[in-house]
Design a protein around this ligand. Structure first.
Ligand SMILES: NC(=O)c1ccc[n+]([C@@H]2O[C@H](COP(=O)([O-])OP(=O)(O)OC[C@H]3O[C@@H](n4cnc5c(N)ncnc54)[C@H](O)[C@@H]3O)[C@@H](O)[C@H]2O)c1
Length: 272
C-alpha cells in the first residue's frame, strides 16, 4: 500500500504555472515548490514575478520564471520549449492566468450599471477577456499535450470558476461564457488525451481574496456580498486551494480526469 508521502509525491516534477505571480496561481506554485517540484512561473507582470520568485527562492523553492502574455501564441510555444530544455520534460501544467471582466450589469446594491450592460459593452473588452480566459487555455493545453505525449503523460489543471456553472449579475458578462467554455473544453480534452496518460481537470473556485479586478474583493461592500454567499461565512484564502492543487498534481488523483472540482465554501448552494 502506498504511503501518504507516495500518494501526494510531486518531488522532482517539472511544473509550469501560468499567472503564478499572484493569488491562486502563486498558491499553486508555492505548494508545488514546497513539495520538491521544479517550478516555472509564466506571468505578464514582470515586477511581481521577480518579487515572488525571490520570496519563494528564499524559502528554498526551485523556482524561476518567464515574463509573457498567455495570449501570445508563439511566445507561449517557445516558453514551453525553454522549460522542457531546462527541466528535461514537463509533468504538470496549471493553466491559471485570468482576468476579470469589469462590472456586471448590477452593482452589489442591486443598481443597474451602464458600463456592464450588453448594449454598451466594448467589443475589444469582450475580445480580450475571451482571449486571456479561454483562448489562452487552448494554447496552454496544446503546448502541454505536445510535450507530455513525448514523455508518456502528465497532469493539466485548469483554473475555471463557479461562474461556469451559475449566472451572476455582479460579474462582468464576458467572464461567464469564457469560463463555461473552459469547462467544456476540459471535458473534450479529457476524452482526447486520456489514452496518452494525460489527465486534465478543472479547479472551480468561488470567491477568493486575490488581486483580481484590482483587488475588488478587498472593498468592504463587495467582500460582504461574497462572504454572505459562503456557507462558512468567509471568502477563500489562496492557502485554501493548496490541498486540492497537490491532490490533482499527484498520484493520489490517478483516476480523476474531465472533472470540475468546486472549491467555494459552499457558495454555489446559496446562489442556486
Ligand atoms: N479570485 C477569485 O475570486 C477567483 C474565482 C474564480 C476563479 N478565479 C480564477 O483564478 C485565476 C487566477 O486569478 P486570481 O484571482 O488569482 O487573480 P490575480 O489577479 O491575483 O492573479 C492573476 C495573475 O495572472 C496574471 N495574468 C493576467 N493576465 C495575464 C496574461 N495575459 N498573461 C500572463 N499572465 C497574466 C496576473 O499578472 C496575475 O499575476 C483566474 O483564471 C481567475 O479567473 C478567481
Amino acid at each position: 500500500m502506498a504511503s501518504l508521502h507516495q500518494m501526494f509525491d510531486v518531488g522532482g516534477k517539472s511544473v509550469i504555472v501560468t499567472g503564478g505571480a499572484s493569488g491562486i496561481g502563486r498558491a499553486y506554485a508555492e505548494v508545488m515548490a514546497e513539495n520538491g517540484a521544479r517550478v516555472c512561473i509564466f506571468d505578464l507582470d514582470a515586477e511581481r514575478l521577480d518579487k515572488v520568485i525571490c520570496e519563494m527562492k528564499a524559502g528554498g523553492g526551485d523556482v524561476w520564471g518567464q515574463t509573457l502574455d498567455v495570449a501570445d501564441r508563439s511566445r507561449m510555444a517557445s516558453a514551453f520549449d525553454t522549460v522542457a530544455d531546462r527541466h528535461g520534460r514537463i509533468d504538470v501544467v496549471f493553466a491559471n492566468a485570468g482576468i476579470d471582466a469589469g462590472p456586471g450589469f448590477l452593482s452589489t446594491e442591486g443598481h443597474r450599471i451602464a458600463e456592464g450592460a450588453i448594449d454598451l459593452l466594448e467589443d475589444h473588452h469582450w475580445d480580450r477577456v475571451i482571449e486571456v480566459n479561454l483562448t489562452s487555455v487552448y494554447t496552454t493545453v496544446k503546448n502541454a499535450a505536445r510535450h507530455m505525449k513525448q514523455t508518456g503523460g502528465g497532469r493539466i489543471i485548469v483554473t475555471s470558476s463557479i461562474a461556469a456553472q451559475i449566472n451572476e449579475a455582479i460579474v462582468g458578462t464576458p467572464y461567464m461564457p469564457a469560463k463555461a467554455g473552459v469547462d467544456h473544453f476540459v471535458r473534450q480534452m479529457a476524452m482526447e488525451l486520456g489514452t496518452y496518460g494525460i489527465l486534465i481537470n478543472c479547479i472551480s473556485p468561488g470567491p477568493f481574496m486575490t488581486n483580481i479586478a484590482g483587488g475588488r474583493l478587498q472593498i468592504p461592500a463587495d467582500r460582504r456580498a461574497f462572504e454572505q454567499q459562503s456557507l462558512i461565512g468567509r471568502i477563500g484564502d489562496p492557502e485554501d486551494i493548496k490541498g486540492l492543487a497537490l491532490y490533482l498534481a499527484s498520484p493520489c488523483s490517478s483516476y480523476v480526469t474531465g472533472s470540475q472540482i468546486v472549491i467555494d465554501g459552499g457558495s454555489m448552494h446559496r446562489i442556486k
